[in-house]
Design a protein around this ligand. Structure first.
Ligand SMILES: [Mg+2]
Length: 228
């Protein structure tokens, strides 16, 4: 297929979120005199994942997600005295400083740039996402960054993609490919909006959802064969 517009998810797709998160969390805990361990990192990830699921299901707001994850984490670590909102703001700053790219991301952006228009579509938090893209090497290849917080809708809501298509003045839906690691947000959202999708599945996990991607890839490098 010939695609002209490539809409990339950020976390877990272009950016190696696991790596960035690990560094940010480690620095945050150190600030409060708590040492990072594998177990503590896993605990945070578990709490954070549950909060994001709640947010994507519309059960909690973004603000509730952000502060409650640290309230729970520090509570579990015996530090209920830590102000969760302050900790969250500090964490976002630390996260924004980490612009670790996924393997192949820079290469693929460089190779597609010129024949495609590349944009970022993310459910992340505006403050960290915009700063992170700005600091990364892929910045020069990305024409626009759409952060759900600024739009008022999140993936997989079709209104989110409708907004993006409108802003990019795209009328030809078959020329768009949505690339992301989340079946629930990227693949379902793209499909609901009538767009082709590419599921970035580096660990080869099973698809146990009803979302059906147009393509599935293990490495971002495979994109250059899909986008001709
Ligand atoms: Mg993602």
């Amino acid at each position: 297929m010939s695609y002209y517009y490539i809409l990339f998810d950020a976390d877990g797709t272009l950016f190696d979120f696991d790596n960035a998160e690990m560094y940010a969390l480690s620095d945050l805990l150190a600030k409060y005199g708590v040492e990072i361990t594998e177990e503590r990192h896993a605990l945070y990830r578990e709490i954070n994942r549950a909060k994001w699921r709640g947010f994507e299901a519309g059960e909690i707001t973004r603000e509730q997600l952000q502060s409650s994850r640290f309230r729970e984490l520090f509570g579990s670590l015996g530090r209920p005295d830590v102000d969760a909102e302050t900790a969250n703001a500090e964490y976002l700053d630390l996260l924004a400083d980490g612009s670790h790219l996924t393997d192949g991301a820079l290469e693929v952006c460089r190779s597609l740039y010129g024949r495609c228009e590349l944009a970022i579509v993310t459910n992340g938090i505006a403050r960290s996402q915009i700063r992170r893209v700005g600091k990364s090497e892929i910045r020069k290849y990305i024409s626009k960054v759409f952060v759900s917080e600024e739009i008022g809708f999140s993936k997989p809501n079709p209104l989110y993609f409708e907004y993006v298509l409108g802003k990019m003045q795209i009328t030809d839906k078959p020329s768009v490919l949505v690339v992301g690691d989340s079946l629930g947000a990227d693949i379902l959202g793209g499909a609901k909006s009538g767009l082709d999708t590419c599921w970035f599945n580096p660990r080869g996990v099973a698809n146990d959802t009803g979302a059906v991607p147009t393509y599935e890839i293990r490495s971002l490098r495979e994109l250059t064969d899909i986008v001709i």
